[in-house]
Design a protein around this ligand. Sequence first.
Ligand SMILES: *Cc1c(COP(=O)(O)O)cnc(C)c1O
Length: 371
Amino acid sequence: MPKAQETVLEIDLNKLKQNVKYLKSKLEGGTKFLAVVKAFAYGSDAKVIARYLAGLKVDYFAVAYAEEGVALRQAGITTPILVLHTLAVNFESIVTYHLEPNLYNFKILEAFVDVVGAKGIKDYPIHLKFNTGLNRLGFAEADVAEVTARLKGLSAVKVTSLFSHLAASEDANERDFTLAQIDAFKRIAARVSSAIGYSPILHMSNTSGILNYPEAHFNMVRSGIGMYGFGNSEKERVHLKPIASFKTVISQIHTLNAGQTVGYNRAYTSQGIEKTATLPVGHADGIGRIYGNGKGYVTIGGAKAPIIGNVCMDMIMVNVTGIACNEGDEVVIFDGTTTSAETLAASANTISYELITSISQRVKRVILNDD
Ligand SMILES: *Cc1c(COP(=O)(O)O)cnc(C)c1O
């Protein structure tokens, strides 16, 4: 692989394929696989990832917001796309691009039915979300009778799926809570299906649900983080390979005397003769200020170099005292091997989801193993 000469996010599609294969190996035959590609496919590249996954014949895609689905349609994706967080302002683009809305409360259900009804549409695919304990989006179990009453006799929409979301599927200490969520969803699904007279697709599991709760697989699972190579436990981590490597290069090396300072607000003071490297990556690229002042680090020739001083918009400075390195050398911010996004994220008390989805669109994406 050529060495990075600028800040790049390398995306290895072969690893994506292996992760999907591993996750699918946990499913019974016939269980559908929905690939979550929201937030630029977790900070990677939604179009590239979705095209590749469409080639792997995933059954569904999900995005958070309608505009993300529009971008996939414009990129030629024809697989069904579930919009997880439907907003009424997006109804027109949802219908124009044949996206499938999650309808999670009476207001949005009624409004969507009115919009498709007024267009004379029949059987528009909708997805109903029920809240079983996350308390984020979804109808309550107590709403079931009212929901089914409102659907009665409606030909404009067809309930393609019923779903819910687990609050703590990665946490073994919350097993009882999770099992209670699964039970609640089973009760809801049975009542809705019987009232509407057909059986929609049922789905509830995110990546950790796939791995920890086979009883929550139902007819389809929804995976995000696992496809991108992260689990929420050691057990998962060994089987999943991070698809992305975030790399940069040394722009300049300085030698400082004791007492000289580095960066804005003179936040770092050299303790003796020290060597620093300036790197072309900053908070506008996704290295938040929280990683500055010794918390985060990069890896140069296998050695850890802490970020010193404040993170700038377009640059960081790292301490390379005692590290053999030169201007132009490659720097690893994270990859799947020497430095993981999880440990870097943990250095700033956050999680891989946040670090990877923060990598901005300014960073060049380099696609590997696209075959
Ligand atoms: C983001 C999201 C997922 C994917 O979760 P992972 O933990 O990344 O697998 C699944 N379902 C819903 C509703 C989501 O918002």
